[in-house]
Design a protein around this ligand. Structure first.
Ligand code: BV8
Length: 239
């Protein structure tokens, strides 16, 4: 059977069993702040130290050896290694768990940026960064202070790779949505954009806001439902 062009969209739920909190956990609060209120350019302009603290804590968590890719990340790595057609993994997540499960994969696109990357709003210098940031950290490129920010897409900012995503959506035949509540746009709109011309499958702990739009919805924990679903997909390809 010829393999339809594949898009997989992932959200915070795929990293939950690796020990990373989702946005809906603790009612979407961090230190009594709503995440949507901290992850914005306005919050960063108003209180850069608070926003740096939010990201420093999450970046530090990624350095914890206990935090590592889980069976769902590894199942997707197998899927992308074996898929005979075009395939794109669009993640909303800023953690590096997909990167560690499929190192160097050109099929992986972080549409909301990456926790372990920073950039200078002064000179544009960007680089990997695993440690803490503060308003006093000098830019490695231009030595200015107060200009470094997490290379992350905040609310109200344009997501990354949208042209590539839109081109992939245009020819997509199979769309899997894994571990996302379907609350944040434009990602939450991808399934509706595919209606009538692609098979769309949601794999999530509970029905998302857009569950009714999918051809199929499978409920369960990602580490329990994703590996089996991937094996089924790949065995169908072998027939
Ligand atoms: C844009 C990086 C336009 C930050 C993120 C007013 C002004 C401006 C924009 C807007 C506005 N009103 C609305 C918008 C649009 C806005 C938006 O959608 N807001 C929402 C709140 C309504 N979107 C934007 O702003 C986007 N940009 O629209 O730009 C534009 C146009 C032109 C020019 C300029 C701009 C940018 C959005 C990106 C924001 N950044 N991340 C950071 O991480 O700190 S979003 C962030 O939240 C995540 O990346 C993710 O996308 C989202 C959370 O979603 P999920 O991943 O789904 O996580 P969640 O916790 O919600 O759900 C987890 C799911 O997993 C649950 O369903 C749960 O049941 C399930 N689960 C849990 N455990 C498991 C599991 N499933 C399986 N197994 C398990 N074990």
């Amino acid at each position: 059977m010829s393999a339809p062009p594949l898009i997989v969209l992932t959200g915070a739920g795929i990293s939950a069993e690796s020990g990373l909190a989702t946005f809906r956990d603790n009612n979407g609060l961090w230190e009594r702040h709503r995440v949507e209120a901290v992850a914005t350019p306005e919050a960063f302009a108003r209180d850069p130290a608070l926003v740096h603290r939010f990201y420093n804590a999450r970046r530090a968590q990624l350095a914890d050896p206990a935090i590592r890719p889980n069976a769902a990340h590894h199942a997707l790595a197998r899927l992308f290694a074996a898929w005979p057609g075009p395939a794109l993994l669009v993640t909303q997540n800023v953690d590096d768990l997909h990167d560690r499960a499929m190192p160097g994969s050109a099929a992986l696109l972080h549409m909301h940026g990456e926790l372990k990357k920073i950039r200078c709003t002064g000179c544009g210098h960007g680089r990997e960064w695993a440690g803490d940031l503060s308003p006093q950290t000098p830019c490695p490129g231009c030595a200015a202070t107060g200009t470094l920010r997490p290379d992350i897409v905040w609310f109200g900012e344009m997501p990354l790779g949208m042209e590539r995503i839109e081109a992939a959506l245009h020819s997509c035949g199979l769309f899997l949505s894994i571990g996302t509540s379907g609350q944040v746009y434009p990602a939450a709109g991808f399934c509706a954009a595919l209606r009538g011309r692609a098979r769309t499958v949601e794999l999530n702990l509970e029905p998302s806001l857009g569950s009714h739009l999918f051809s199929e919805a499978i409920q369960g924990k990602a580490t329990e439902i994703v590996p089996g679903y991937v094996e089924t997909l790949l065995s169908k390809q072998k027939q």
